[in-house]
Ligand binder design. Sequence first.
Ligand SMILES: *Cc1c(COP(=O)(O)O)cnc(C)c1O
Ligand code: SF4
Length: 432
Amino acid sequence: MNAKILSLQSRNTVDWMDWRWQMKHRLQSVEELAEYIDFNNEKIRDIQMACDVFPMSITPYYASLINKDDPRCPIRMQCIPNPQELIEGRGDMDDPLHEDADSPVPGLTHRYPDRVLLLVTNECSMYCRHCTRKRKVGDNNRCTTEKDIDLGVEYIKAHPEIRDVLLSGGDPFILSTNHLERIIRKVKEIPHVQVIRIGTRTPVVMPQRITDELVRMLKKYHPVWINTHFNHPREFTPEAVQALARLADAGIPLGNQTVLLRGVNDCPVIIKKLSHLLVKNRVRPYYLYQCDLSRGIEHFRTPVAKGIEIMEALIGHTSGFAVPTYVVDAPGGGGKIPVLPNYQLSMTNTKTVLRNYEGVICVYEEPQNPGSGCSPTCSLCKEHIIRHEPVGLQKLFDPSNLTVSLVPEGNRRKARYTARKGEAHVYRNQKK
Ligand SMILES: *Cc1c(COP(=O)(O)O)cnc(C)c1O
Ligand code: SF4
């Protein structure tokens, strides 16, 4: 038996706890994998076919969590290539979230008004089979360079509205502590950046990386927020629990982003159990993502109805802070759209009728004189209005704004209208 495989079975050795050892001994070929799990020839061919298109990489640690007797093991499904990845799904896209299209400089996506996504590497210790950035992760031709990052930093400097910078990838914790610190320092030095966020799957797939050294470095740059990516209760091992404790003890607020995956966690019982384990470990469930339309992950997708069913089973049934926000990241760069079961049944001027998680129907009596509680002299409000034009539906709510409708680009009726009158972008109230 080869040395790598032997070590796979000897957890808690010095090597096992060394993240560089985990990196170096990642299972990246079907031969290496076949030494660890007994596959028949047909299965090996299948895996190889998928690997040829979307590369494989599994840390010995994560591989050790696979239940070898269960072909539908949720750990296995997240890391072992599957020929279904080669099936083209209806609606598959190369860049469903328009991360490239909405990118002013390589590796930076500026979608929301006050925050940006900065990709600091395209490498990960493990390649998740459901990865939305599958076409980029591990691609040596698309390495993030120091220059890309500097361009991103320059962009952030030039945009004072950016107050929150989300470092992601790939997985930022793949970088050496020094390298990561150089990046964080550059971002932190920008005066208008108030918060640094890191998105990482490391506590799940290579918890050994969460060393005291890493945590000591991160602490210097507070506020640093971290979002992890646990998808299944089985990912809570003593190693993962220790990694989370180290981060939480360093005063880092922890969130978790779960992807809803068919056959892995598309069940209210699993997601509830996962949420309970997260909060027990001081991690706040943040988002539950509907699976994206990326190429190669069609077989993981569930109907949106499954997400609604899960939310129905969580809201009210368990602690509010154990309930994530269920979001669909809209194709075409629309961003994350929250989706909820319907709780609001009906309303009149005087009453709103709601139902609760138990199905009880209740009425909320509206106030008799619903004037605004806002003070016309409020300085926060004045300052805000000077700096910000109303956006989206706020335009329709704002009493001083004359917009009466928002019209999608390419609207035919509007095209006829503008052709006739050469009018402005939005309909305005003609009576004024
Ligand atoms: C998810 C995301 C963010 C962060 O969104 P939050 O809702 O603030 O967590 C920022 N930029 C992009 C491009 C994103 O996809
Ligand atoms: S850790 Fe994140 S970026 Fe890396 S493969 Fe997994 S989902 Fe993709």
